[in-house]
Design a protein around this ligand. Structure first.
Ligand code: ASN
Length: 359
């Protein structure tokens, strides 16, 4: 049983304006809240320190409460346990808030936003991930703008009071992207995230421009928060020259249940007999293999070329236009449901949270 985390700070509009929304911020760490430590490297600060650097929070017309993970992390250290904890926090606080903002490091933000997308089924409120490339205490920080716009998006409602973006999303620089579509593409510049196969849900300029037709509709069923992720999974990225020993050792991992096979172009892979035999052996052992393209744009079309027809014949599943980030977390989620092999394969090839475009 997880200890309930205390709310560590609450801001309400300083000028006495009535709050027009109530938002819970979950602080996990990341550059957004880092400072240089005594060794001269960036490390996460506690939110009490971050808070002092963000006096703006008092000027928003919303009530902002903040929870922090017990030990804020660089997101390179994030684990499925952290994702389950974030989902549980949202479940515990779901009725008390209009929306949620997750402050997170950029390195694995697309993985975390994807994982939360799957774990939070029938979400009717916004969950917006954001972070920064430059820490909040630095003059040229992008933290303030990202954080404040994410709060605005989490608070945005239609005239009938329903949320404008009732899904897990990721805001960065000027774009709100679906969590299961986002990818970190930049480590130096501010425009760090892209979604190649789905346009942004919101563009933030002088105004917030919502593209309502792309935003997921409100669910008709109540929120269901899933509590299992199976980490018996791997990613096998192909490259010319990959050897049988490498493929065998990856697919032969004891207890492996699922593999993302990162292929070329529209889902193509070598047709050498040793390679196809490795796949066949893994498939016969019950390993689910999902074919995801190394290309950022476009989609897997198994059977278009001879080099992908051979995969189809060996039980490899087509990942359509899914990102690797959304695919590996989908694999953990679907395997965590503990369904039959046929149902697992059906779910892996179905659109669960807007992560693929079904043609
Ligand atoms: N290493 C940092 C993290 O992912 C990078 C960042 O947040 N910009 O936590």
């Amino acid at each position: 049983m997880r200890a309930v985390l205390p709310v560590i700070s609450i801001h309400t509009a300083a000028n006495g304006d009535p709050a027009n929304a109530s938002i819970l911020v979950i602080y996990t760490g990341g550059t957004v809240g880092m400072a240089y430590n005594k060794h001269g490297v960036l490390a996460p600060m506690r939110f009490s320190e971050v808070n002092k650097l963000m006096p703006e929070l008092r000027h928003l017309r919303m009530r902002v409460s903040v929870l922090s993970l017990p030990d804020p992390i660089d997101s390179s250290n994030v684990t499925p346990t952290n994702w389950l904890m974030m989902a549980a926090i949202i479940q515990e606080n779901y009725d008390q808030y209009d929306g949620f903002v997750v402050l997170h490091g950029t390195d694995t933000m697309a993985y975390s936003a994807s994982a939360l997308g799957y774990l939070l089924e029938n979400l009717a409120k916004p969950v917006v991930f954001t972070g920064a490339q430059v820490p909040v205490g630095r003059i040229r920080t992008d933290a303030r703008r990202n954080f404040i716009t994410a709060l605005d998006i989490a608070a945005a409602r239609h005239p009938d009071g329903t949320a404008r973006v009732p899904e897990v999303s990721l805001f960065f620089n000027t774009l709100l992207l679906r969590g299961t579509r986002a990818k970190k593409v930049e480590s130096q510049h501010f425009a760090a995230f892209k979604s190649e196969n789905l346009p942004p849900l919101v563009r933030a300029g002088i105004k917030l421009e919502f593209t309502d037709s792309l935003i997921r509709p409100l669910p008709t069923e109540p929120l269901q928060v899933h509590t299992h992720l199976d980490d018996h999974v791997t990613i096998l990225k192909l490259f010319p020259g990959i050897t049988e020993a490498v493929v065998n050792s990856i697919l032969g991992v004891k207890g492996l249940r699922g593999c993302i096979l990162e292929t070329y172009g529209s889902g193509n892979a070598p047709t050498q007999p040793w390679f196809l035999r490795c796949l066949e052996v893994a498939h016969n052992r019950g390993v689910h293999i999902l074919n995801v393209s190394q290309c950022e744009e476009g989609r897997v079309e198994q059977g278009r070329y001879e080099t992908s027809a051979s995969l189809l014949a060996r039980g490899v599943l087509g990942g359509d236009d899914i990102t690797t980030e959304a695919a590996i977390t989908k694999l953990m989620f679907v395997l965590g449901l503990g369904r039959s092999a046929a149902e697992t394969a059906r779910l892996l090839t179905s659109d669960l949270r807007g992560e693929i475009s079904v043609l």
